[in-house]
Design a protein around this ligand. Sequence first.
Ligand SMILES: O=c1ccn([C@@H]2O[C@H](COP(=O)(O)O)[C@@H](O)[C@H]2O)c(=O)[nH]1
Length: 270
Amino acid sequence: MTTQELVAQIQKKKSFLCIGLDVDLDKIPPYLLKEEDPIFAFNKAIIDATHHLCVSYKPNIAFYEAYGLKGWKSLEKTINYLNENYPEIFTIADAKRGDIGNTSTMYAKAFFKDLVFDSVTVAPYMGKDSVEPFLAFKDKHTIMLALTSNEGAFDFQTKQIDDKELYKHVLETSKSWKNAKNLMYVVGATKAEYFKEIRKIVPDSFLLVPGVGAQGGNLQEVCKYGLSKNIGLLINSSRGIIYASKEPNFAEEAAKKALELQVQMAAVLN
Ligand SMILES: O=c1ccn([C@@H]2O[C@H](COP(=O)(O)O)[C@@H](O)[C@H]2O)c(=O)[nH]1
């Protein structure tokens, strides 16, 4: 999916919501556990109930890897279901990959070619030659960690190096990489006060913003400085939406939570 197509979807749905599909078998409605593939059954119900309220879904790969081969199968069924039934949805594999060049190419093939995702998250720590193999894929997006939502972000990312913080070096340096137009960045909603500085460096880039909901980030504060002329934000909520209820009506309850965020987004876009 191109960035223009993503922006068109945001305008059409009046939503820049990304729903996180972080499926934990201990948290889903117990009656689903007797299904042949409880993870896929859960995802399918959530997707069918919420797809009109969001523009993106983000399975975090850890929640699938944790269940071994069965988990990978559920992930494959989920991405195939999205691509076949809701091709307008922007899909994110939250995998936080990155390695030496030839290994990164294989990671990119895994998420862009085998599992046909629109984007994958990567860690910037190994630098240019670990990220450029992802950027080489046309109409695919590489979402690089810039300033993360967790407390540990202050251990390294905000440390002053020469004249500025490390996360600013990451943003600035990455702009010179080959096919940098395919880059987006992760910035945590819990770091809303940093968005003004971030927008000075990447005024037009899309930012994936996790941390609204369970982590306490505030949508309005993020929008205040984070919106760009092309909207430029994908706000993620995972637990805050998908675990709204453990009852058989869990998908409807999830849709209510998604609607609460979509209504706020529509107001911001107007
Ligand atoms: O800085 C980051 C980067 C990634 N995440 C991921 O986003 C979701 C957030 O889930 P919630 O349940 O809405 O808190 C999850 O997959 C994280 O691994 C992040 O939170 N912060």
